[in-house]
Every structure is written in structure tokens, then in C-alpha cells.
Design a protein around this ligand. Structure first.
Ligand code: NAD
Ligand code: UGA
Length: 317
């Protein structure tokens, strides 16, 4: 099959493209190498894909570039490009979130409609739930984002719904829950924890560290993403992609300490606006539609991320 993957040089994009290429698919990987974090990290991800048989990289910005030619003939588009991270979406930062999460997605959906792409998979987020009404949270739970980032992801979902309802565009929306693993974004919690613990530096912990996240291993997230692009799923379906590992930040820090072999030094900072108290996703629907199950337990996933980040053997891709 021929896939177009947007955000291919990002954290999840790198793993999705690698898994597609391992499955002998053709992949066009699109990225604008934005400066949300160091673009050199994204260039390194792109280099890891370039040269592999079946892969072609395209540097372009979805906000401005013509997209029809890119999508023509694709069997599926996996749209991972966007501005991630909940904590920087306040104040002037918001404009970028609107542009990269809403405008870019609208342009992609239009191009997909015009060119008749048979399947579009969109990267949404657990952040659309905000502080959820119930845990584990299923896809029918109320959406009440707690951050401007979450608002832009929910806007993207509503846009997609309008394309499904008016044109029957075959869109599947995935709500990822805090994805981690080798090559994780450098702004994310686990990446920072490993970096600071290994260096013997204080780890910034927001609030009391008792907030809970449903951490999802990136290889599991990539498998769910590819299944969503290929399985028989009705247009407009929303699926949680969660690891089933709801754990506090304090416990994760202990696990990092054990793996790195050094006790973390904690530096408590104020709770961050936009950070919810807990996430935990129900995955029955993903199980049913995708036959998908998370496979990598948190302890094993942390071990792999530590190995990759610190250049130890068995560090993964
Ligand atoms: P990432 O920042 O590593 O990857 C996103 C990529 O998109 C980047 O390489 C960036 O350069 C590219 N990009 C941004 N705007 C673009 C544009 N206009 N045109 C072309 N390329 C553009 O982030 P990630 O962690 O890999 O996340 C991938 C997607 O999944 C994002 O949409 C994110 O919001 C969503 N998501 C991630 C998580 C997580 O825990 N990592 C959780 C929920 C949702
Ligand atoms: C992550 C991604 O960054 C978002 O793009 C994504 O949409 C979201 O998951 C999601 O699930 O939808 P977050 O859960 O904040 O957001 O992920 P991390 O940055 O890895 O933070 C995890 C936890 O560690 C949070 O509770 C945060 O408060 C804490 N943290 C993070 C710290 O205590 N210190 C830090 O330096 C960083």
C-alpha cells in the first residue's frame, strides 16, 4: 500500500514510518521541521528514514503548500503533523496551535476530499477530555479540554466530523494518551526525567508529582495507528489509544531511578496551567475495531527508552 504520513520526522511519525517500511509499504513522509523543539532532532529522525527502500521525504508546510498532488493515489493518509504539548499553548503561543492543528488539518481534509483518499487517520489527544468525568474514560465521555492545545485538537475532530457528515470522508480519529519510548520528544516528561537523573541534576516536578498519566508505549501507538489506516472502521470513528498503565509521576520517577541506577533529586515547581490531574483511557473500542492491545508494560518501555536515550545496548530503533 502507499501511505502519506504527515509529521513523519516527529517522534510518533518516525515510529509509524519505520513500522510501515518494515511491512514493505511505500511511504511519503511529510514534515516542515518546525522549531517547537530543536529541528536537529527531527532532521536526525528524517535521516533514520531516508534511504530506506520505499521511502520518500517531502519538506513542506501543510499550512501553505499545495496538497492535492501529494495525496493523489494514496491508499491512506496518516496525519500526525501538529503543534504538540499542553503547557505552551497559552498566551502568544496559541496562534501556532491554531495554525498547525486546525488550519493545517482543514487543508489536509479538503485535499483528501478532493482527491478521494480512501482512509484518513488523524492524531487527536487525550487532552480533549480535560479532567474527565469518569476513569477509565471511554470515547463517549464528555469533552471539556483543560488547555488551549486540547481545544485545538477538539476543533480538529469537529472539523473532521463535518467532512464525514457532508461527504462521507473516511476519517478515523485516534486519541493518544501520553506516548513515550525511544526517541521521545525532548520536551516531554520521561525524556526530561531520564536526562536529568542520568546527569545527577534536579528533576523539575510539577506540583506534588501525584498526577496520573496513562503512559502509552510508542510501538503500541504505532501499531494502533497502522491498524486504524487498514482495518474496517466506520467513517467518523473515534478511538482511544492508551497503554493501560495509569501511574503517578512520582512512581515513574522511581522507575527511572532504578533503570538509570541513580536516585532522582526532585525539584518541585508549581502545578502547570493546562495539566490535568489524571488520564486513563478505556480501550475496548480499539480492541473491537482494530484487534489491538497494548503489549509493552511501563517498566519494559522505560527500560527501552533509557537504553536508547543513554546510548546503551538494546536501545531500539
Ligand atoms: P512531534 O512534534 O514530534 O511531531 C509532529 C511533527 O509535525 C513535527 O516533526 C513537526 O515538524 C511537524 N509539523 C508541525 N506542523 C507542521 C506543518 N504545518 N506542516 C508539516 N509538518 C508539520 O510530536 P509527536 O509527539 O510525534 O506527536 C504527533 C501527533 O500526535 C501530534 O499531532 C500530537 O499533537 C499528537 N499527540 C501526541 C501525543 C504524545 O504523547 N506524543 C499524545 C497525544 C497526541
Ligand atoms: C502529552 C503530550 O505532550 C501531548 O502532546 C499530548 O497531547 C498529551 O500527552 C496527551 O496525552 O494527549 P503530557 O501528559 O503533559 O502531554 O505529557 P508529558 O509532557 O510527558 O508529561 C507527563 C507528566 O509529567 C505530566 O503530568 C507533567 O505535569 C509531568 N512533568 C512533565 C513534570 O512533572 N515535569 C516535567 O518537566 C515535564
Amino acid at each position: 500500500m502507499r501511505f502519506v504520513v504527515t509529521g513523519a520526522a516527529g517522534f510518533i511519525g518516525r515510529h509509524v514510518c519505520t513500522a510501515l517500511l518494515d511491512g514493505r509499504h511505500d511511504v511519503v513522509g511529510v514534515d516542515a521541521f518546525t522549531d517547537y523543539y530543536d529541528p536537529a532532532v527531527k532532521r536526525a529522525n528524517a535521516r533514520a528514514l531516508a534511504g530506506r527502500p520505499g521511502y520518500r521525504g517531502e519538506e513542506l508546510d501543510l499550512v501553505t503548500a499545495p496538497l492535492d498532488e501529494l495525496l493523489t493515489g494514496a491508499d491512506a493518509v496518516i496525519h500526525l503533523a501538529g503543534q504538540p504539548g499542553v503547557r505552551l499553548s497559552w498566551e502568544d503561543g496559541f496562534a501556532c496551535y491554531v495554525e498547525r492543528n486546525v488550519t493545517a488539518s482543514q487543508r489536509l481534509l479538503e485535499a483528501a476530499r478532493r482527491t478521494g483518499v480512501p482512509r484518513v487517520v488523524l492524531a487527536s489527544s487525550s487532552s480533549v477530555y480535560g479532567n474527565a468525568a469518569t476513569y477509565p474514560t471511554d470515547e463517549e465521555s464528555p469533552t471539556r479540554p483543560f488547555s488551549p492545545y486540547g481545544v485545538t485538537k477538539l476543533a480538529m475532530e469537529h472539523l473532521a466530523r463535518a467532512y464525514v457528515d457532508n461527504w462521507g470522508l473516511p476519517v478515523v480519529m485516534l486519541r493518544y494518551f501520553t506516548v513515550y519510548g525511544p526517541a521521545q520528544r525532548p520536551d516531554m516528561g520521561l525524556h526530561r526525567f531520564i536526562e536529568r537523573v542520568a546527569a545527577g541534576e534536579p528533576v523539575p516536578v510539577y506540583g506534588d508529582g501525584e498526577q496520573v498519566r496513562d503512559f502509552t508505549y510508542v510501538g503500541d501507538a504505532a501499531r494502533a495507528t497502522i491498524a486504524a489506516a487498514t482495518a474496517d472502521v466506520p467513517p467518523g470513528t473515534v478511538l482511544n489509544v492508551a497503554g493501560g498503565s495509569s501511574t503517578t509521576v512520582n512512581r515513574v520517577l522511581e522507575m527511572v531511578g532504578e533503570c538509570v541506577g541513580r536516585a532522582p533529586i526532585l525539584r518541585h515547581l508549581p502545578e502547570q496551567p493546562g495539566d490535568v490531574r489524571a488520564t486513563g483511557g478505556a480501550i475496548e473500542r480499539a480492541r473491537r475495531y482494530l484487534g489491538w492491545e497494548p503489549e509493552v508494560p511501563l517498566a519494559e518501555g522505560i527500560k527501552r527508552q533509557v537504553a536508547h536515550q543513554l546510548g546503551r545496548p538494546d536501545g531500539g530503533p
